[in-house]
Design a protein around this ligand. Sequence first.
Ligand code: ARG
Length: 355
Amino acid sequence: MEERAYKAGAAQHFYVDAKREFADVYISRAVLMNGMYEGLYPLGTALARPLIAEKVVEVARRVGADAVAHGSTSKGNDQVRFDVTVKALAPDLKIIAPARIWGMTRSEEVEYARRHGLPIGEEHKRYSIDDNLWSRSIEGGPLDDPMAEPPEDAFKWTVTPEKAPAEPTYLTIGFERGLPASLNGEKMDLASLVATLNHIGGVNGVGRVDHIENRLVGFKSREVYEAPAAVILYHAHRDLEKLVLTPRELRFKHQVLDPQWADLVYQGLWVEPLRVALEKAAEEMERWATGEVRVKLYRGNLWVVGRESPFGGYSKGLADYSAGWYPTDEEARGFIEMWSLHSLTALRRRRGNNL
Ligand code: ARG
């Protein structure tokens, strides 16, 4: 990157390693909030943009710059995420997006770089790719036909399920207060745990996502992702929540808090105060999300096959069909009578019957 920066005419290059911060601040919240935009996109790019913008602003301050620049075009979500974050952190800094100003298309950008002797890898000519610890986003080229299966050369982190091992892989993921803390009994920091899961998932062909996504700039696009760790942790974490949360907490979190959070992050509003409020509400519930989840990976698929927690609401004595507690006939009838009363009253009324 450094070499490339100087080739592009940079006066000075700064290398910022923000992997740990990305894991500890952004990925951790994505796990806590089951961050999946429109149910399937783990938000890797969307989460990284505000952090990148923050680091750019830090450098701008250090060198006394009066403007920052980025390479986004006018058609993507990333321009919004970069611009909004810079405006929030440094309203006095000018934002310059050359591709947007010059109105360049992607192929014009590639051609411009070629003319100026800036090498672009083959995969970046065919696709628009962005990757980080949490996910690899692949867009454009052959993927713009939503009916065509993504070609194998779109993928780098995951094997096609046909090539995955014929034996399943079992994982035990330990969570503490909603956050992944161990893998197969071994304590791990989040960044290492995510990197390890990306590898294990990828080998098993787990973590490919292909969907139609509603961009925030007004049109639908076909998006492909590789995110083995994100997909595994999403399923494991949601499963643990089902064990420990009350049904009311569970519904509120999964139907309201989580999707609202994902929308804000996707839509470039990391700085929106509601994002923090949603996290605070979730943290209160996640105090109980401590425990272990067993996951089975096999040829592109994954299943949660076991879960336990000291705070689990599951009681064998209550659930067991062959022994333990049974309500009496009278208790059951009384409960059902009052439980259905609202609905049955409305039905009678709507059928024109007397109450
Ligand atoms: N559609 C995804 C998003 O908006 C991925 C964007 C990837 N960025 C890119 N320049 N290829 O977050």
